[in-house]
Design a protein around this ligand. Structure first.
Ligand code: F6R
Length: 363
């Protein structure tokens, strides 16, 4: 079943171009979002939506954090929280708020409990982004936007995350339309989505080179992942992948927070991983990385092929084909591979990490 792959996780990482294409199938056509594909109840619900509350756990929570940046850019107010906190908070729900859950399994106890609690709080309705059609979350939500990742066996979520992000881009476009997103811009955004399978395929070709980088992590106890803007949650996801399968302690920080504490940890024993897309925050990130270099930190960068890196020492791999609205999806792939190879080098049980279960059905 694993085919030529040594682990399910690696197989699932490599399935991403296909399952992303599958998740777009019948939903984007000729530069337009086909909103009907969300089901007939969706339209009325989206029409009433002024903002969203997103609730999820783990990797799915990180997908929600990425979506917040996307939604806000299109004028949609968005809040994101982990389900285990949300469910015990005195949540205040502004009028016109849609309750959104994100889950691979559709059975995560805290996420399900959050949905049940949300029912009495005055939301316009509920929408789930989910991978399992017959799951509790799908059954109990008003609208389900299915990811079509297929069964995910590896405990560390990979293809579920990237297909969640694709589904959330579709949701952002749908809500953006109601906030004045015009047809030309929608076309551009849809074209960027349709380019994704090819771009993820290209990122996967870095596999061998990433295995080389991973050697620098296998004997380390800690790693720091940095990003800014929408790439901060991408860094969080990279850190989670590394810690859960390699047991290397990894933390993600928004690069601008470094000097407020974590910089004290940086030395040659603390590899620092950072994404360097070509975006408006690039100069700021580079100056944060300068601070890391000044403390002797070793840098491992995934950077846009055209970005000049004015740093004295670093190792970097280029991503040459990305688009602004979807780059977080492409940049996730090398971070998944880095975690995978570090774990294989350490000899851990990649598909079945200690202490973890694929579906967390208890609180
Ligand atoms: C991490 C991972 C977990 C899950 C979390 C939520 O790789 O798999 O953090 O993302 O347990 O699970 P779902 O998405 O099934 O609700």
């Amino acid at each position: 079943e694993k085919g030529p792959y040594r682990h399910y996780m690696l197989k699932e990482i490599h399935e991403q171009p296909a399952v992303i294409a599958e998740t777009l199938e019948g939903r984007v056509h000729r530069g337009r979002l086909l909103e009907e594909a969300f089901g007939h109840e969706a339209r009325a619900l989206l029409d009433r939506t002024r903002g969203v509350h997103i609730v999820a756990c783990g990797t799915s929570y990180h997908a929600g954090l990425v979506a917040r940046y996307w939604l806000e850019e299109l004028g949609v107010p968005a809040q994101v929280e982990v389900a285990s906190e949300y469910r015990y908070r005195a949540v205040v729900v502004p009028e016109g708020t849609l309750f959104v859950t994100i889950s691979q399994s559709g059975e995560t106890a805290d996420t399900l409990a959050a949905l049940r609690r949300a029912r009495g709080l005055g939301y316009v309705g509920s929408l789930t982004v989910c991978n399992v059609p017959e799951s509790s979350l799908v059954r109990e939500s008003d609208v389900a936007v299915m990811t079509r990742a297929g069964p995910e066996i590896g405990v560390a979520s990979t293809k579920a995350f990237t297909t969640q992000l694709v589904a959330l881009r579709l949701l952002a476009i749908a809500l953006g339309r109601r906030r004045g997103l015009d047809a030309a811009r929608e076309r551009a955004l849809c074209d960027e989505l349709e380019a994704l399978p090819r771009q993820v395929e290209a990122a996967l070709r870095l596999d061998e080179a990433i295995r080389g980088l991973a050697e620098a992590f296998a004997d380390k106890s800690h790693a720091l992942f940095l990003g800014r803007g929408v790439f901060y949650p991408v860094a969080m996801e990279g850190a989670l992948k590394l810690k859960e399968i390699s047991y290397i302690h990894a933390e993600a920080y928004p690069a601008g927070e470094l000097k407020h504490g974590p910089l004290a940890l940086v030395d040659a024993e603390m590899p620092v991983v950072c994404t360097l897309p070509r975006d408006p925050l690039l100069e700021k990130v580079l100056s944060n990385l300068q601070e890391v270099r000044a403390r002797g930190g070793e840098l491992f960068l995934f950077s846009d092929g055209e970005v000049e890196i004015p740093l004295d020492r670093y190792r970097s791999l280029p991503l040459t084909d990305t688009c602004p609205s979807t780059a977080p999806i492409v940049y996730t792939v090398p971070l998944q591979l880095l975690a995978y190879h570090a774990a294989v080098l350490k000899g851990t049980d990649v598909d079945q990490p200690r202490n973890l279960a694929k579906s967390v059905t208890v609180e």
